[in-house]
Design a protein around this ligand. Structure first.
Ligand code: MG
Length: 159
């Protein structure tokens, strides 16, 4: 049996008149992530962590911003696309630990539904997923509400 760890990071600007999409959910808020896709930092960081652990490149190589095919892409579809390749290579997920960095909105009520959504997308039990939220104590662009970010670590095993 072999194990591989992977890390992923993503950050997007928060701007008016965009839906706030995070962890596969659309949450009511006055701003949303600006991006070529829906700007879902949790799913993007998770996708990159899976690719990193499996040694399959990065999200920018898989879904180039220059490719109109992926314009306004649903990040859940990108994650599923990558997850298929990772599982076809023989990997399964031991666990994923996800941290969201943002000032607002408060995520307390959304963490459980986000985990359920991501578990359903991957077809795995929810207890393999951890989701944490942190503010930046009003420091820097994230702390000032101009951006949000996510960091994800995954462990894969290959039987
Ligand atoms: Mg992104």
């Amino acid at each position: 049996m072999s194990f591989r760890v992977g890390q992923g990071f993503d950050i997007h600007r928060l701007v008016a008149d965009r839906p706030f999409v995070l962890g596969g959910l659309t949450i009511p808020f006055e701003k949303g992530p600006l991006g070529h896709s829906d700007g879902d930092v949790v799913l993007h960081a998770l996708t990159d962590a899976l690719l990193g652990a499996a040694g399959l490149g990065d999200i920018g190589e898989w879904f180039p911003p220059s490719d109109p095919k992926w314009k306004d892409a649903n990040s859940a579809d990108l994650l599923i696309h990558v997850w298929k390749a990772v599982t076809q290579a023989g990997w399964s997920l031991v666990n994923a630990d996800m941290t969201v960095l943002l000032e607002a909105p408060k995520l307390a009520a959304y963490k459980a539904p986000m985990k359920a959504k991501i578990a359903a997308l991957l077809g795995i039990p929810e207890n393999k997923l951890a989701l944490k939220a942190k503010t930046m104590e009003q420091l820097g662009p994230i702390g000032e509400g101009q951006a949000l970010a996510a960091m994800v670590t995954v462990l894969l095993e290959q039987v």
